[in-house]
Design a protein. Structure first.
Length: 361
């Protein structure tokens, strides 16, 4: 049975069970309401107070959209702390992605704060367990990457295969220049194909792991209603998939989400991309994972400002047995930290975020 027949049949069963189309719409929620919700999340920094700065920080990239952070504001200081209650131990057992996510949030925070007249710098605790932004009051600074914060998204779809110019690649490299982090850009098709094969192999390994699959399913949000209610997770429409009632979405996940079709999708998506960015920290510790996050986020913001889309393809990092092969492919001996594809594509629905009052103390 193909996917279309399954969805039509499952939908008919759902309605025939007495739920009805009206109840279907209630259980799924309104796309218009969701668009208004994400527009508020990504509105301008007004008023320019600390809570609005933190709101922009939370728009950063993060694994599974778990938003594994909390913020603490004091006089002329904002701290970003890990929220270990939002770990993803199956895909991220050593909390690597969690600390990369803190670095992504720190990059957004610094840009948003400077644009509201809070000029300062990011420092990382020696143990890597927190990020501090200490600032002084001053005139608002024009931040060229500010507007990209609200527009950046992980676009998990096919791109249009157009190449990125040498000049734009140089801008991406410059934006991502963070001490302790190396960026490798891959634009030749042969090497992109080798990365594609590693991603597909990693996807096969992960989808054969029931613990990984259960964790992934836990973070999926199958419709606007559930995405807005939780404020987190992987919203199906943000990957170009249809919205379904949660119970039907879970059923579809169990019956339709298989390694073969998902691997084929990853292969098509990567083949359609203009290039791949690989980030490697100088050391394998929390401090450098945070630095990688800063570089990765600034790269993503510059890409967004250039009209590019991005998506993470971290399977060769997440599957331990593939790491050395991925490292060798880019001429490194150290563990690669982040793998992203980039290219040109239409905008998809944005992912949800939790309200600021739940993350700011």
């Amino acid at each position: 049975m193909n996917k279309r027949k399954f969805m039509v049949g499952a939908g008919a069963t759902f309605v025939a069970a007495g739920v009805g189309m009206a109840a279907w719409k209630v259980s799924v929620g309104s796309t218009t309401a969701y668009d208004s919700y994400t527009a508020r999340l990504r509105s301008d920094l007004t008023p320019p107070d600390i809570s609005q700065v933190v709101r922009y920080a939370t728009l950063a990239a993060n694994s599974h959209n778990t938003q594994p952070w909390s913020f603490r504001a004091k006089d002329r200081l904002i701290e970003i702390l890990p929220d270990f209650s939002r770990r993803t131990p199956a895909v991220d057992p050593d909390d690597h992605h969690l600390f990369v996510s803190l670095g992504c949030a720190a990059a957004n925070l610094a840009i948003a704060a400077a644009s509201t007249g809070r000029l300062g710098e990011i420092t990382i605790a020696p143990d890597g367990n927190s990020v501090r932004y200490e600032f002084a009051s001053g005139p608002a600074r024009q931040e060229p990457l500010l507007s990209a914060i609200a527009k950046r998204q992980s676009t998990r779809s096919e791109y249009d295969r157009r190449p990125v110019s040498t000049a734009e690649l140089a801008l991406l490299e410059r934006a991502a220049a963070i001490s302790g982090v190396k960026l490798i850009l891959i634009v030749d098709r042969a090497t992109i194909g080798k990365v594609r094969d590693l991603v597909v192999a990693g996807n096969d390994a992960q989808m054969a792991d029931p613990v990984f699959m259960a964790e992934l399913k836990h973070w999926l949000r199958f419709n606007p209603r559930s995405a807005m209610a939780s404020g987190d997770g992987l919203f199906s429409a943000a990957s170009g998939n249809p919205s379904l009632p949660t119970s039907l979405g879970r059923l579809a996940f169990d019956h339709l989400f298989d390694a073969g079709s998902e691997g084929n999708k990853y292969a098509r998506d990567i083949d359609s991309s203009a290039g791949i960015a690989v980030f490697v920290g100088d050391r394998e510790d929390r401090e450098h994972w945070i630095r990688v996050g800063q570089a990765c986020q600034r790269f993503a913001l510059m890409a967004t400002s250039l009209g590019l889309k991005l998506a993470f393809i971290n399977q060769p990092v997440e599957v331990v047995r593939l790491r050395s092969e991925m490292a060798g492919l880019v001429g490194e001996t150290k563990r690669p930290d982040i793998v992203m594809r980039f290219g040109y594509a239409p905008t998809l629905p944005y992912s949800p975020r939790r309200p600021v009052n739940l993350v700011l103390a």
